[in-house]
Structures are given as structure tokens and as C-alpha cells.
Ligand binder design. Structure first.
Ligand code: ISE
Length: 335
């Protein structure tokens, strides 16, 4: 049994505690921490009797009863807890983003490399979604040749008024940034953002929709339509165009219904409904590989690459130019 400590007891933290307690096999939550004591106590109650409550991540990480740590606090608070966990050699599951700056991501990457142990898995859960996995497996057969292009849409029904233009990258397309480079097995070279006409449902601080183009080092060209006030649903699509065929993601979760002289397929409005199984699978996979000290999911390099790519896309939002994605050389450790 893997004894897990959870740092961060907001909505997402409580969701992960519930997941580990009710659905994940081979793990239990033995400690939680949050700056806000009441929130931590509420979260501990989900885990059940005996769950310890801390008011800071450092004490939780250093608790000898805690084998592994889940960091579900806000992104800006990740860096210190990640470095502490690496220092004491504990396995980490960290919600996206790894850190909010490329500089902090690099610090964490350097510390992990120096420790010589793969410790960190990142919460880019889309890699665990059946629809994407089917396409990745199909590409791996070689039957369709090399991927050349990808077309993605990332639509939300609506967002709050605090959501602004850069968040289209840092909060939303950050998923495609990770997913697409994993799908085609390549890192990014350049990015560009084209701003279409703005929807009447937007506000002055948000340009919505946005059209982003990412090009990988081998030349695979990926376009992502990001439209966060599309009104009609949480609509996620992906097509990979290869030399010998095009692979479009299916939507296996929704039946096609015929009624009242119409055929229809439901589109959910909630990302937690669409990706529920993916969230469960990513944590189960992290737990399953703990015994052999292996990280199979997105790792620290992926978190660093996402941060640098996001910085380039945010720069491209205002420059209107093609921006270079300037990363350090990928360390041998992550190859
Ligand atoms: C949110 O943080 C997510 O992760 C969702 O998947 C994304 O669709 C949404 O735009 C983000 O705000």
C-alpha cells in the first residue's frame, strides 16, 4: 500500500483525495496539508479516520509515514514543495503546471537530474484518455506512415471574467502543448498565434477565439483552435494527418440518439465528465509504477517544455510573429 500525502485541499485537491480513497487501487491518503486549516480538515474527512492534517507542505513531505506526495496546490506554490520532495527522494504526482516560470521548471529539472532518480509525474491527464491513446497506438503500428499535421479544437462553453488572453495559452492550450508533442514524439521549434474576429461573448481583456500554430523540430505542423466562449459545450477534437491516412479521435462515450425525426450526439459541458476516466487512470498509473520507481506519464522535461512553449505562445499573442521555442538541450536523463 502506497501512503500518500496530499498538498492543497481546494476543489481539485479534494477531487484527487476522493479518487485515491474510492477508486485507485493500492494507495491511501494518510496526510493532507493546506494553509487554510478548515479546508484541510474537510479534505482529511474525505480520506477517513487517522488522516493527519498539516498547515504546510514541508512538514507533510518530511513525515516518515508519507511514502509519496501529490502536489495539488496553485501552480505558483509548486516549486518549493517539488524541491523539498526531491531532496528527501519522495515520489511526486504534481498537477499542471509544473511551475509557473520556465526558470523554476529548470531548477526542478536540474535538482531531479542531480538526484539521479525519476521522481515527478505531471498531471497532464489527456495522455490517459482512450480517444488519444487509440490514435497514438495506431500511429505506432506504422500502417499510416509519418504524422505530418494535426488539427485540434479546444472549446469551452464559457469562462469567468477573470480569464484573460494569456490564459488561453497557460490554462487551456497548455493541454494540447503537452498532448501534441507526446502524440508525434517530437519537441517544438516555433509557434505563432493568429487572432480572428472576437466573439460578442468576450470582454476587453480577452481575445477569443484564438488560432495557434505549433511546428515541431521535424516539421509536423499543428493547429489549435482555442475558443473558450463557444457556448455550445466542452468540445475537444483532434485529427492527425499522416502520409497514408488520417486519424480522427472518436467520441466513444456518447451514443448517437435518434428521436423526434432527429439524430443527435450529446456534447458534455464539463471537462471533468469528459476526462473522468483519464484522471483516474493517470493516478492509478503513478501508483502502479511506484514499486519499481518508474515514471511512465508526463515527466519534468514535459513540464519544462510546456512552460517554455507557453512563454513563446504568449509572446506570439502580442507580437503576431513566428516565435522560436528556445529550450536547453534535452538531458540524457529524460531520453
Ligand atoms: C481548465 O483549467 C482546464 O484544465 C480545462 O481542461 C480547459 O478546457 C479550461 O480552458 C481550463 O481553464
Amino acid at each position: 500500500m502506497l501512503n500518500v500525502g496530499v498538498i492543497g485541499c481546494g476543489g481539485m485537491g479534494r477531487d484527487h483525495i476522493k479518487r485515491v480513497t474510492e477508486r485507485v487501487q493500492g494507495a491511501q491518503v494518510v496526510a493532507v496539508s493546506d494553509l487554510f486549516e478548515e479546508g484541510a480538515k474537510k479534505a482529511a474527512a474525505i480520506a477517513g479516520e487517522g488522516c493527519k492534517v498539516y498547515n504546510n507542505g514541508k512538514d507533510l513531505i518530511n513525515d516518515p509515514d508519507v511514502d509519496a506526495v501529490m502536489i495539488i496546490s496553485p501552480g505558483f506554490a509548486h516549486v518549493d514543495d517539488l524541491l523539498e520532495a526531491i531532496k528527501v527522494g519522495k515520489r511526486v504526482f504534481c498537477e499542471k503546471p509544473l511551475c509557473t516560470t520556465a526558470e523554476d521548471c529548470q531548477k526542478v529539472m536540474d535538482a531531479e537530474v542531480a538526484s539521479g532518480k525519476h521522481l515527478i509525474q505531471l498531471g497532464f491527464m489527456r495522455r490517459y484518455h482512450k480517444g488519444y491513446q487509440q490514435i497514438k497506438e495506431a500511429i505506432a503500428t506504422g500502417e499510416y506512415g509519418e504524422p505530418l499535421m494535426m488539427h485540434c479544437t479546444h472549446r469551452n462553453p464559457e469562462v469567468g471574467t477573470n480569464y484573460d488572453t494569456p490564459m488561453a495559452v497557460t490554462d487551456t492550450v497548455i493541454h494540447e502543448i503537452d498532448l501534441c508533442h507526446w502524440m508525434v514524439g517530437d519537441d517544438y521549434d516555433t509557434v505563432q498565434v493568429i487572432m480572428p474576429k472576437v466573439t460578442k461573448y468576450s470582454h476587453p481583456a480577452l481575445k477569443d477565439p484564438q488560432f495557434m500554430i505549433l511546428k515541431t523540430k521535424s516539421g509536423v505542423t499543428i493547429d489549435v483552435e482555442c475558443f473558450v466562449n463557444c457556448k455550445f459545450g466542452y468540445d475537444i477534437n483532434c485529427e492527425v494527418v499522416c502520409e497514408d491516412g488520417a486519424l480522427k479521435m472518436g467520441t466513444p462515450m456518447a451514443p448517437s440518439i435518434r428521436k423526434s425525426a432527429q439524430a443527435s450526439t450529446e456534447i458534455t459541458t464539463d471537462c471533468f465528465v469528459l476526462f473522468k476516466d483519464a484522471y483516474d487512470q493517470e493516478v492509478q498509473n503513478w501508483v502502479d509504477r511506484a514499486a519499481d520507481g518508474v515514471i511512465e506519464g508526463p515527466n519534468t522535461w514535459d513540464g519544462y517544455l510546456a512552460a517554455v512553449t507557453a512563454d513563446a505562445l504568449v509572446a506570439a499573442q502580442t507580437s503576431g510573429q513566428i516565435e522560436k521555442v528556445n529550450t536547453v538541450e534535452k538531458p540524457e536523463f529524460y531520453k
